[in-house]
Ligand binder design. Structure first.
Ligand SMILES: [Fe+2]
Length: 165
């Protein structure tokens, strides 16, 4: 199915249509990643095993709760710019830049490695979005991406600390 990411709604917002079109494209790309990341965090939350079960089970749910808020934040910025938010599970799965969660990652340390890898990958693409949005003259989207990437960096610290000693 062809995915039309073009801006389709007129708006009085004072950001030129050409810039909005590119911004919506970037926002939809990160929306797909965020939705995919959310599902992978829940996958880890549900399936983690081992002596660290209870704290990893809780940690992954805390991060997932933040990430689903980011899904909403990113999608609604796309619509505020006159775009169409591409937010179904199928669209996210086909557009996500993240690697799929390996189903055999259930041992605590294995889940930590996968989750840390996914958080780092998402943080990296969101951070790239900060400069892209600023270049397109949209400090608000740059600020949104800054908020998201800063939070993801903190979650990465919490998760990655399990591997650092
Ligand atoms: Fe749960």
């Amino acid at each position: 199915m062809a995915t039309d990411t073009r801006v389709t709604f007129s708006t009085r917002i004072d950001i030129p249509a050409g810039a909005r079109e590119e911004l919506v494209e970037v926002l939809n790309a990160r929306l797909a990643d965020a939705f995919d990341l959310y599902s992978q965090l829940k996958q880890a939350h549900w399936n983690v095993k081992g002596s660290d079960f209870i704290q990893l089970h809780g940690l992954y749910d805390t991060v997932a709760a933040d990430v689903i808020d980011f899904v909403d934040l990113i999608a609604e910025r796309a619509t505020a710019l006159g775009g169409l938010a591409l937010g179904t599970a199928r669209l996210a799965a086909s557009a996500s830049s993240l690697d799929e969660y390996p189903l055999d990652a259930v041992a605590g340390r294995d889940t930590v490695t996968v989750v840390a890898d996914r958080l780092a990958a998402f943080g990296s693409t969101v951070r790239a979005g900060i400069d892209r949005a600023a270049d397109l003259g949209d400090q608000d989207t740059a600020d949104l991406f800054t908020e998201v990437s800063r939070a993801i960096d903190k979650h990465l610290w919490f998760v990655e600390a399990h591997l650092q000693a």
